[in-house]
Design a protein around this ligand. Sequence first.
Ligand code: GDP
Ligand code: ZN
Length: 347
Amino acid sequence: MRGIVTRGVGGLYGVRLTERPEEEILCRARGILRQKKLSPTVGDDVRVELADDEDRKEPLILVEEAHGRGSRMKRTEKKDRGVDVDYVIDTVEERRSLLIRPPVANLDILFAVIPCASPEPDLLTADKLTVIAENYGIETVIVVNKADLDPEKTAEISRIYGTAGYRVFPLSAARGEGVDALRAYIRERALDAPEGGHVSGAFAGASGAGKSTLMTALFPDLRLETGSVSRKTERGRHTTRHVELWPMDMDGGIFWIADTPGFSMLDFTRFDFFPYDELASSFREFEDCLGKCRYTKCTHLREEGCAVIAKRDAGGIAPSRHESYVRIYEEQRSVPEWKRRQIEGSR
Ligand code: GDP
Ligand code: ZN
């Protein structure tokens, strides 16, 4: 049976079968996966089988993760024969992508929600999101929310990202205006799911951007499920960021929504080891300029004869996008070499 890992619960995995997503089954990972040190991750496409006697002999390894003092991740393993389940994950299909923080595999779409006002839009953070997504091979969809508050600003932000080559949905989540267009797009993507695979997405953006309002407007069923008391208390207790995937029926297809507090504050520690000299290729609208600058080692920050700057001055690149590039580049360059090596070594 084929399925998707929708949550990890201390050594056990919640899996929803592709054929019957409304129901969740609990599984262990088969011993062979553990030998290969391949732990199933939320978002993995997996093959599930009935547990046999061999599986039942395997001790279940419970992994507990907690933030101790100084917020260092503590990992303790304890063996337990107490929990028994009827199914095992036998195979994990090859991953298309793997986000580390928050941990989720095969994420297809990152919806970057930018409010046009209240709170003030933070384009640098939005641009960091696009850079991260480009690096993981995840598609970014830009949502400019609260259009009712400032239509002009909404149009301006939409233009910036439209020019950059992103799909943009200006809307008002609270009024429900423009939400249908986004829902239609999500449905289209869901119907396009690969054979045996799935299509998933997550909403990211500053606190107060309107993510919850938008998700409720798009997926009325989501609230009911995530609002259940047991899950709420469960979430309150754990300090680690658990991702859970929820199947949303999109009228003929299923779209899997990653619901996690983690995405609201998507971690930028990855930038600690981002090779800054490769940053330019993560700005998709810079692509056709690369290799055309006067100097082969052009940093595109402020050099004479820079093709990126020329394109910006001609209106092909939004000034705010180039500004973000400069800011991120300089942040990256200031990471000391020893720290860079340390982080790269621990990867
Ligand atoms: P989150 O922190 O990103 O999940 O944001 P919320 O969904 O909780 O929304 C934050 C606030 O913005 C709430 O008071 C919402 O009612 C409000 N809000 C959300 N969408 C809109 C919108 O389209 N227009 C206006 N005017 N307010 C909105
Ligand atoms: Zn250049």
